[in-house]
Ligand binder design. Structure first.
Ligand code: ADP
Ligand code: TYD
Length: 210
């Protein structure tokens, strides 16, 4: 069932500025009078936040790619039922820091080609795509150095290193072509304010066109 609200996801490599920009977009849309829910994946509901700790902490080889597809999709199903869908049904704008495109990339491409399995499970268990996906594109080396400078204990994917970031950047750009109708690519190598105003302009254009 299509919702009344508007669903925006942010995608991009680690350190590209997603969490910075999701907060700024929320503030700007609220200033324009919109009702906005800001959430993130993995997580965004109590159960999904518990799964987040399982998938983001520990050794890089803690889970196989197939097991991760199940864990991320389980977290997403809970997040969708408890947070995203109720907000969309209430007519709100949902801004989500990562969504299914991250699984298409990180689990679908990082350790062999599992994209088909990701897509099958997605259509069986999730079946929802964002109305707008903002891809913040940037240099992988710079992104990784920004991400590691944060120094958190959620570094399982950062620990896969630069080659993963390079593959993810390329993969996200081709996903943007595959789903051209809902993607907007934003150059993340500019100042925070310039990126934010570009994102706001792209979002307002899509909101006005709906
Ligand atoms: P992500 O959520 O994509 O991993 P963050 O928003 O957490 O990225 O940003 C990673 C780091 O880079 C943070 O320390 C943030 O302050 C910084 N940062 C974000 N955007 C920019 C930018 N346009 N220029 C310089 N530094 C930035
Ligand atoms: P996130 O907290 O957005 O990290 P960052 O701020 O560094 O971009 O996401 C944590 C990690 O989880 C990130 O490295 C990508 C990974 N991830 C997947 O592998 N699959 C998924 O489906 C999602 C949502 C995230």
């Amino acid at each position: 069932m299509r919702a009344k609200g508007f669903f925006i996801s942010f995608e991009g490599i680690d350190g590209s500025g997603k969490s910075t920009q999701t907060k700024l977009l929320k503030d700007q849309l609220e200033a324009l009078g919109h009702d906005v829910v800001l959430t993130r994946e993995p997580g965004g509901s109590p159960g999904a936040e518990e799964i987040r700790a399982l998938v983001l902490q520990g050794d890089p080889d803690r889970w196989s790619a197939r097991t991760e597809i199940l864990l991320f999709t389980a977290a997403r199903r809970d997040h969708l039922e408890r947070t995203i869908q109720p907000a969309l049904d209430a007519g709100k704008i949902v801004i989500c820091d990562r969504f299914a495109d991250s699984t298409r990339m990180y689990q679908g491409l990082s350790r062999g080609d599992l994209r088909g399995a990701v897509d099958q499970l997605h259509s069986l268990m999730i079946g929802v795509e964002p109305d707008l996906t903002l891809l913040i594109d940037m240099d992988p080396v710079e992104g990784l150095s920004r991400a590691l400078a944060r120094n958190t204990d959620e570094e399982r994917f950062e620990d896969f290193g630069e080659s993963l970031q390079i593959a993810m950047r390329k993969g996200f750009l081709s996903l943007a072509q595959e789903f051209a109708a809902r993607f907007a690519v934003v150059d993340g190598a500019r100042s925070i304010d310039v990126v934010a105003s570009d994102i706001l302009a792209q979002t307002r254009r899509r909101l006005d066109a709906r």
